[in-house]
Design a protein around this ligand. Structure first.
Ligand code: BGC
Length: 753
């Protein structure tokens, strides 16, 4: 052995010795790191069997510790096990049971700013739903699951699937649109993606929490059939697809009882009829009792322990809550920890793959941005057509808007539009619009290198008109900020933006409006502009995606997952139902006592009534039944090419399979979302039609493809309240196929028995 080799060997031995000493020191310091073997470590056992083995070892206090949170991290004064997210349950180190660390994550992991962490802001959920792309929903969820783990979390609080009975709902941007099949399929796939990363997925807000105003007090009145075929059906479809680890019960009361102590919702429907195996977690401050909530099926209180801490322990000790009921709650939580991989794959913090996140976000935006109007093929704008282009308003010089509230993903480096000063109360301190650093001006300059691309703010109408007049084309960026905590007063654009658009349209016939909204918007100027694009809140690479679409390097394919009405007057509830003052939460001002506030909320606010008397007629079903013409209907969206439908045939008696041909009749490649609807027999008492399936088809210029869409019997069934079953009503069904809910050129009758 040479001198060098001997030296190398000595150094290696020394390093190995030092490492081994360090490892023993670390294991002594952090006993949790030691990989111990427990009877429940056996991965050949089922999650249920593993959970039962743990339960046998747990003390009453340990059981209770799994059933509640430990206060909001924001207001923690003592060191805790919290990872800084919205909530957590403590670990049980002696048994190797990990803490459940939860973070909001609707369109990305939230609260990054507080911890100096980056996470990818994807396009918002309603935007991504416009892709009608279940595979993309899986990848969207997987990215969020990965970034949650990267940041030390093992449970997502994304998965919002409430239907827009009230499209002015301040959280419409977090949901998946108005059709239960589309919304349920997409959120189910989102959860599949999240859970593929050994992270618990959660679907929320269960149920019929369809507006923000008065959400903690409102009593929603709705009949069972309407609920089962609309709002609850979206949950059912998502649950069947993804087996989520958790369902979050909502703040509102439903037919008299709070959702988190509503035995119809939690026990009869969720746990019995839907066979839900995971745990029910309350929305934050949505628990209002111990025994009643426990009997009804609530498994975990978050973020506090007013009812599921000592109070529940007492209820168990005095027999008000049985040991079996307690063990069922504990079992559901432990089973989920095993079933979703939290025990076998402990979280290891890592730097998220920022570059990959941004590239994915751009791809999602390109599939989410909806082309609503394209008069005389004004779009795509080509360098040959435009030598000068002006962008007007919407802070298009610096960034794109995001949706706010608990879903807020913090912009890397801070918001690029200075925040307005915080309001006097806690709510308006937190809820302020944040803009991501994805600059349309920069992206358009890159797309049109030989054109003069400029920006004017739109604050002064005269300046905007003058700039529009002197440019070959003008793009007005209009926006509506939306957030948890309040509803939009109207679907009309705020702050004189309609006037700005009218002024620009009068100055330049090539005016294109880009909307950044989380809900539908009304457009009194729709006939006066040449192009309209709905970009939603398009995420961290939103501007780049938009520029690709405007310049035509990407052909738009997205279609609306929500109806755009002509005006508020056409909505089922033309006026928002607002809470009386006594049912409004009184937020403490800065320096106020937030825990006192939480306690008051826990006691509950006086109820007020909201009647969903449009019943089954949600979204396009309302417009169809009431014969109202929408501004832009559900399922609508243009492409730079055109498609033709032909040759509808239906085979299979019990479960029809629908086949047809779609042809790209234009000269460039494109993707068509082909939609299949069906009417039900008169006796079913249903709205005129419902979506029963769809397919995304990529077609080269002139290419035709035969498309097959299987339609399951469930999608043609109605819920029968008397027998609590789903039934196919025998009779004549008309199957309709086409490119939008209002453009269905193919029709065929089929009789079902
Ligand atoms: C929201 C939930 C959220 C929770 C935790 C609540 O206010 O309604 O959607 O997951 O806070 O942040």
């Amino acid at each position: 052995m040479s001198y060098m080799q001997r030296c190398f060997r000595c150094v290696s031995i020394l390093i190995a010795a030092v490492l081994s000493v360090l490892t023993s020191v670390m294991l002594a310091q952090f006993p949790g790191m030691e990989p111990k073997h427990y009877p429940w470590s056996d991965t050949s056992l089922s999650p249920d069997a593993r959970a039962d083995l743990v339960i046998k070892e747990l003390t009453l206090d340990e059981k209770i510790s799994l059933l509640h949170g430990n206060g909001l991290d924001f207001f923690q004064t003592k060191p805790s096990e919290s990872n800084g997210g919205a909530g957590y349950t403590v670990s049980i180190p002696r048994l190797g049971i990990p803490a459940i660390q939860m973070a909001d994550s609707a369109y990305g992991v939230t609260q990054g700013a507080r911890a100096g962490r980056y996470s990818t802001a994807l396009p918002n959920n309603l935007g991504a739903a416009s892709s009608w792309d279940p595979q993309m929903a899986i990848e969207y969820g997987a990215l969020i699951g990965r970034e949650l783990r990267n940041q030390g979390y093992n449970m997502s609080l994304g998965g919002g699937v409430n239907l827009p009975r009230e499209p002015r709902n301040g959280r419409t941007f977090e949901y998946q649109g108005e059709d239960p099949l589309l919304a349920g399929t997409l959120v189910g796939n989102f959860i599949k993606g999240v859970q593929s990363q050994n992270v618990i997925g959660d679907i929320k807000h269960y149920a019929v929490n369809d507006q923000e105003n008065g959400r903690n007090a409102v009593n929603v009145n709705i009949d069972k059939r309407s609920m089962r075929e609309t709002d609850l059906l979206a949950f059912q479809i998502a649950l069947e697809l993804s087996d989520p680890g958790a369902v979050m019960c909502s703040y509102n009361r439903l037919n008299g009882d709070y959702a988190c102590e509503n035995s119809y919702l939690l026990s009869d429907v969720l746990k019995k009829d839907f066979h839900f195996k995971g745990f029910v977690v309350s929305d934050w401050g949505g628990t209002h009792s111990s025994a009643k909530a426990s009997h009804a099926g609530l498994d975990q209180e978050q973020p506090d322990q007013y009812f599921f801490g000592d109070a529940l322990k007492k209820a168990v000790e005095n027999g008000e809550v049985s040991q079996a009921e307690l063990d069922d709650h504990v079992h559901r939580i432990l089973r989920t920890i095993f079933a979703k991989g939290l025990f076998d794959h402990p979280v290891v913090k890592q730097v998220p793959d920022v570059e990959a996140g941004m590239a994915f976000a751009q791809g999602v935006a390109e599939k989410s941005i909806v082309l609503l109007k394209n008069d005389k093929h004004v779009l795509p704008l080509t360098s040959a057509k435009v030598r000068s282009l002006v962008l007007i308003g919407g802070h298009a010089d610096v960034g794109v808007l995001t949706g706010g509230g608990s879903a807020q993903v913090d912009p890397p480096g801070g918001t690029v539009v200075p925040l307005p000063p915080p309001g006097p109360d806690l709510l308006s301190m937190f809820l302020r619009p944040a803009w991501l650093p994805s600059s349309p001006l920069r992206a358009f300059k890159a797309q049109f290198p030989s054109a003069k691309v400029s920006y004017v703010s739109g604050d002064k109408l005269d300046d905007a008109s003058a700039a529009a007049k002197s440019a070959d084309a003008a793009i007005v960026f209009a926006y509506v900020w939306e957030s948890e905590g309040f509803d939009l007063k109207t679907l009309d654009l705020p702050d004189e933006q309609n006037k700005l658009i009218e002024a620009v349209a009068a100055a330049n016939p090539r005016t294109i409006v880009v909307l950044e909204t989380g809900s539908p918007a009304t457009m009194p100027w729709a006939d006066k502009v040449a192009g309209i694009i709905e970009a939603w809140y398009p995420g961290i690479r939103g501007a780049e995606a938009l520029a690709n679409i405007v310049a035509g390097s990407v052909n738009p394919s997205a279609k609306l997952a929500i109806t755009f009405p002509k005006s508020d007057a056409d909505l089922p509830h033309p006026k928002l139902v607002l809470p009386p003052p006594e049912s409004e939460p009184k937020f403490p001002g800065p320096g106020g006592d937030f825990s006192e506030f939480m306690k008051t909320m826990a006691k509950g606010l006086p109820p007020f009534q909201l009647y969903y008397d449009e019943k089954l007629k949600v979204g396009y079903k309302w417009y169809d039944a009431e014969k109202k013409t929408a501004l832009f209907p559900f399922g609508f969206g243009l492409s730079y090419t055109t498609f033709a439908y032909s040759g509808l045939s239906i085979s299979g008696q019990d479960e029809p399979t629908v086949s047809f041909t779609v042809k790209n009749t234009g000269s460039r490649a494109g993707t068509e979302i082909a939609e299949v609807y069906s009417s039900l027999p008169e006796a079913a008492g249903e709205p005129p039609k419902r979506l029963v399936g769809w397919s995304r088809i990529e077609l080269g210029p002139g290419e035709s493809k035969q498309v097959t869409v299987p339609v399951s019997r469930e999608r043609l069934s109605i819920y029968d309240e008397g027998s609590n079953t789903w039934k196919v009503v025998p009779g004549a069904y008309t199957v309709m196929v086409g490119g939008s809910s209002q453009d269905l050129p193919l029709r065929k009758d089929v009789t079902l028995h």
